[in-house]
Structure formats: C-alpha cells, structure tokens
Design a protein around this ligand. Structure first.
Ligand code: CP
Ligand code: NVA
Length: 315
C-alpha cells in the first residue's frame, strides 16, 4: 500500500512532541477502557502491519499482533530467518517492496541505522520495536503506567540503575522531552550514549527536566518516585555476559536499595527479567513492582500508536 509523503514514523521519543504524547495517552486510556468493556472498535479494518524481527520477542510480538487484531486488522510475523532480508536482500529494497503490500511496518533489529533506512525508503510508517539504541514503545507504555498509578510525571524523580542501554537512552529522551528528573547509576564504561546525554541535558533546560549520571545506585535511588532497571546483557551482547556480570555487581535493585526511594515509589522492569541478577525476586515480585501492568500497557499504548500512524485521524 502506498501512502503520502507526509507519513510519520516512530523511531525514538524524538519523533513525538509533548502534545502528541499527551494525546496518545488520552487515546490509550479510551482504548484500554473499551477493550476491558469488550467494545473494541475496528478502526484499522482491512489494514496490515508487517512485523520484522531480527531478535527474539514475547511482549512486542504478541502485543502488536493482538493489537492489530483488536483494531480489525492483521499482523504478519516476518522473522529475518524466513524472509530474504536474512539472505542479504537490501533493507532499502525490502522497505520499498513491503510498502506495496502492508500499511505499516514494525521493526526489531540491531543497529538503529537499520530502522532509519527502513523509514527513509518505506512509503508506509515505520515503528521501532527495539533497536540497539532505543525502545520507544516500551518507554511510552512505562510512562503511561506511571501516570495511571501516580499522576503526571513532570516534577517527579526517576532512577535508572544498571546498564546505559537502549531503554536507558529512551528514558533519557523522555525525561528531556516531558520534563522530569532522571538520575542514572551506571558502572564505568556502561553509561548511556554521551552525545545523546548531552543533547538531552540541553533540551531538559527548556522542559524543566534534568538528566544526570552518577556512579552509585543509592545516589540515583535516594528520594526517587520510580526505580527502573533492565537486563545487564541485552540481546546481541551474549558473548559479554560473564564480563558484564562482574561489571554490574553492586547494581542489583534489591529491598535495601528500594528503601532509599520514597515510601510510595514504584518499581519497573521492561522484562524479560533475571531474578537475582539486576533485580531481587523480592523487589520484582513485591508490592512496589508494576511489571505486569507495564507489560499489559504495551498493548493499549501500541494500539494508540498504530491508529496515529496508520489510521485516518492523526493525533
Ligand atoms: N519488553 C520487551 O520488549 O519484551 P520482548 O523482548 O518480549 O518483546
Ligand atoms: N535492553 C534489552 C531490552 C529487552 C526488551 C535488550 O535490548 O535486550
């Protein structure tokens, strides 16, 4: 399916204005209520989402596929092991060919550049379903989840403990855009992307947010309203696992660390989690953890994203 040159993409949080994030969340609330009440509306009837996966997935695959079904459309699971992309067909060619069949493409890949190439050559919207640099769908679901529980994030303090990875980068963009305080505690050599950090720190001046990197987990978590972590070994880094286990010793989010946060602080993890590594079982399965709501909200937020990008009405 071809589409106008004004098509939009979601490659990172930088693709959404604050106003658009707010409207996306308003729509998410309505879609969630409707789904709970058994009143899904077929706003994307007859439309198809192609989903290219170069890495494994449970949540992203199932929530996008289910979301498209609930909106009256369908999703195609395209593993790079099965499509010609995996045998070396160029990304730019794949993007142009798929654009003649489907109405939107979700991509989970390694290099972020791959998502940018897809966006450049596809004539339909591209959604980043996780790259080595960013995971916008997850962080949008996390922001929505926090606000469901505790109200507006601007003015709050969020702690990130662990790896300066794709999730950390995306939280940094979110803090700068929406205007909340983000303090990341990362070991030496495992901090977030320096250029991205500097850019976000400049943007945060205008939004009223702040982004800071510290060394010790307690310095990030003290007084936090929300504590987040993620795996120490992201997809594609499996050969570094032993080195990473050593580097991240002391960065586990456990009950003692959570006691440094505010008494009503929430805990988030995008999953999959490794109990006893980046988080203790007590915290992950404890009363402050909202991990199942985060996972569920992927579905609702992504339905709003799909409508925004593929539907007739834009945000
Ligand atoms: N959080 C997340 O993206 O999970 P999957 O890797 O299972 O999709
Ligand atoms: N940082 C993790 C997130 C998984 C959803 C990874 O990239 O593997």
């Amino acid at each position: 399916m071809t589409r106008s040159s004004t098509k939009r993409d979601l490659l990172s949080m930088d693709d959404l204005s604050v106003e658009e994030i707010r409207r996306l969340f308003q729509r998410t609330r309505l879609l969630k209520e409707a789904q709970k009440a058994g009143r899904n509306e077929p706003t994307l009837a007859g439309q198809t989402l192609g989903m290219i996966f170069e890495k494994p997935s449970t949540r992203t695959r199932v929530s996008f596929e289910t979301g498209m079904f609930q909106l009256g459309g369908q999703a195609l699971f395209l593993s790079t092991q099965d499509i010609q992309l995996g045998r070396g067909e160029e990304l730019s060619d794949s993007a142009r060919v798929l654009s003649r069949y489907v109405d939107g493409i979700m991509v989970r890949t390694f290099a972020h550049h791959n998502v940018e190439v897809m966006a450049e050559y596809a004539t339909v919207p591209i959604i980043n379903g996780l790259s080595d640099d960013f995971h916008p769908c997850q962080v949008l679901a996390d922001l929505f989840t926090y606000e469901e529980y505790r109200g507006p994030l601007p003015g709050r303090r969020v702690a990130w403990v662990g790896d300066g990875n794709n999730m950390a980068n995306t939280w940094i963009q979110a803090a700068a855009r929406l205007g909340f305080q983000l303090v990341l505690a990362c070991p030496v050599n495992y901090g977030p992307d320096a250029k991205l950090l500097a850019h976000a720190q400049r943007e945060a001046i205008a939004s009223g947010g702040a982004v800071e990197v510290v060394r010790h987990p307690s310095d990030a978590v003290r007084g936090a309203d929300l504590v987040c972590t993620d795996t120490w070994t992201s997809m594609g880094q499996e050969s570094e696992r032993q080195r990473r286990l050593r580097a991240f010793a002391g960065y586990r989010v456990d009950e003692a660390l959570m006691r440094e946060a505010k008494a009503d602080a929430l805990f988030m993890h995008c999953l999959p989690a490794h109990r006893g590594e980046e988080v203790s079982a007590g915290v992950l399965d404890g009363p402050q953890s909202v991990i199942w709501d985060e996972a569920e909200n992927r579905l609702h937020v992504q339905k709003a994203i799909l409508e925004w990008l593929m539907g007739r009405d834009t945000l």
